[in-house]
Ligand binder design. Structure first.
Ligand SMILES: Cc1cc2nc3c(=O)[nH]c(=O)nc-3n(C[C@H](O)[C@H](O)[C@H](O)COP(=O)(O)OP(=O)(O)OC[C@H]3O[C@@H](n4cnc5c(N)ncnc54)[C@H](O)[C@@H]3O)c2cc1C
Length: 449
């Protein structure tokens, strides 16, 4: 255990919080409240100079550095006892360049802050299903959005990344400068330094056609099968997911949803309402109990999945599926039954631009497989963890026959072999880049390479 009292801390414009300070517990808290982070210090830098000072300090003290935006993917992190947790939550801000159709964000920026800023310009970022996921963490891990099958991974729409390297150097990585590092950062997560700014492309649409369709749980077998059949001929403009959900009887939910089991299809068509309605016609013909698909702004698109916007304790996990058949769908539904410990099981539609590696691709390349499957449950106290973990294991194991040997980094909630995340060749290239940039392995990322 580090004797933190004997150490001269760096003077920051922001703050460095030590164990025992009154706000220690608030500072070390991750968005995923089920993760108990116990680092040596928590740093809350206010600017890039603070980050350089932190890197210098960490090197002098033989400490490691774990950058964190929100802690949505804190679960796979190793023990942090000799590590400074560098929380970028105070470094927020978005600049939209409407003429260039690009955005520049500070490292602690959340997706909703970008979508709200880009909405008046009719410019869509490749944001995901949760409004309060961090832009940088999401994008460094790939970034699967509601426009993904049309525009590919968010990482592949990045035009520049600024960072402080583990050597304390400020670097701006683009396709032309520090190109190897630029490749590695776009999918290889926080293994290569602390990102201090990111710039990426935005896509012009007057609006997109997005929303959800809700069905009673009793129809799950019919609806899941019909959705799967529909995905096989759906155009690349459309990206959707289907969930079986068992909602708790909580007053934060509208009364008609409290304590109910439902099936929800949601997503977006990258285009206008007429073309979107035509693409979704077969799903609408299933006569959902509720259908909210409508022209949507970037900010509205951020919220169609109704992901929780406040920290919560959860255990989640998933895998990629290939060549699914009716048996797969039955196994999926069997793993997430009413009365079980999982709140939901979800299939996300892959393929299209997500399944093809673009010429300018970053480290992730493409996400293989037909669907991404993910499930999760709330862990309101440590005593609930074994039941949720057991249910999750049963859910994933039940789908083992269709499991792809690769996994998608952002949805990986436990330490995962880099070969499973990237494939042999890319994992080796990432290791080589890390050995050059971070030979002393100072960086602690959610998924180490
Ligand atoms: C409710 C929910 C919905 C989600 N929806 C989607 C979705 O639609 N699509 C999708 O692709 N993913 C989705 N995810 C997964 C999400 O993208 C990952 O959890 C991602 O890692 C979150 O980024 P973060 O910065 O918020 O989290 P953090 O846990 O803070 O960061 C994750 C990792 O990113 C790296 N990192 C973060 N900031 C920096 C930095 N400044 N410099 C260097 N490295 C850094 C670090 O290695 C860190 O451990 C979802 C997750 C949840 C919980």
């Amino acid at each position: 255990m580090l004797n933190t009292e004997a150490i001269d801390l760096p003077v920051l414009t922001g703050e460095i919080v030590s164990p025992g300070q009154p706000h220690w517990d608030a500072a070390r808290r991750a968005w995923n409240l089920a993760v108990d982070q116990r680092p040596a210090y928590v740093a809350l830098p206010a600017d890039v100079d603070d980050i350089v000072a932190l890197v210098t300090f960490a090197r002098r003290q033989g400490l490691k550095l774990a950058p964190q935006g929100t802690g949505h993917n804190a679960a796979p992190l190793p023990a942090l006892d000799n590590t400074i947790l560098v929380s970028t939550q105070q470094m927020r801000g978005v600049e939209i360049d409407a003429a260039a159709q690009t955005a520049r964000v500070q490292p602690g920026t959340l997706w909703l802050e970008v979508t709200e800023a880009s909405t008046p310009h009719g410019l869509f970022p490749l944001s995901g299903s949760s409004p309060d996921v961090g832009v940088v963490g999401y994008t460094l891990g790939g970034g699967l959005s509601w426009l993904a099958r049309k525009h590919g991974l968010a990482a592949d729409s990045v035009t520049a990344i600024e960072l402080v390297t583990p050597a304390g150097e400020r670097v701006r990585a683009t396709a032309d400068d520090h190109a190897e590092l630029f490749w590695a950062l776009r999918g290889g997560s926080g293994n290569f330094g602390i990102v201090t700014a990111m710039e990426f492309r935005l896509y012009p649409y007057a609006d997109v056609f997005a929303g959800f369709m809700l069905f009673p749980y009793e129809r799950h077998a019919e609806i899941v099968r019909a959705w799967r059949d529909w995905t096989r001929t759906a155009p690349e403009e459309v990206t959707t997911s289907i969930r079986i959900m068992h909602l708790p009887p909580l007053p934060v939910l509208p009364p008609f949803l409290q304590g109910r089991s439902i099936v929800v299809i949601d997503g977006a068509y990258a285009g206008d309402a007429e073309a979107g309605a035509a693409a979704l016609a077969d799903l609408r013909a299933l006569e959902p109990e509720m259908d909210t698909f409508a022209p949507s702004s970037p900010a509205a698109l951020s919220r169609i999945h109704m992901d929780p916007e406040e920290p919560m304790p959860f255990l989640g996990g998933g895998t990629l599926l290939d060549a699914t058949d009716d048996e797969t769908l039955a196994a999926f539904a069997a793993g997430v039954q009413p009365g079980g410990a999982l709140l939901f099981g979800e299939l996300r539609q892959l393929g299209g631009a997500v399944g093809r590696e673009p010429e300018h691709a970053g480290a992730l390349g493409a996400i293989p497989g037909e669907f991404l499957v993910y499930g999760g449950g709330a862990v309101m106290g440590p005593e609930m963890a074994p039941a949720v973990a057991g249910a999750l294991k049963g859910f994933i194991d039940g789908l083992a026959s269709w499991k792809h040997d690769r996994m998608y980094l952002n949805f990986s909630e436990e330490p995962t072999d880099p070969v499973a995340l990237f494939g042999e060749e890319r994992a080796a290239r990432l290791r080589a880049i890390r050995a050059t940039v971070d030979p002393d392995r100072v960086m602690v990322a959610n998924h180490a390479v």
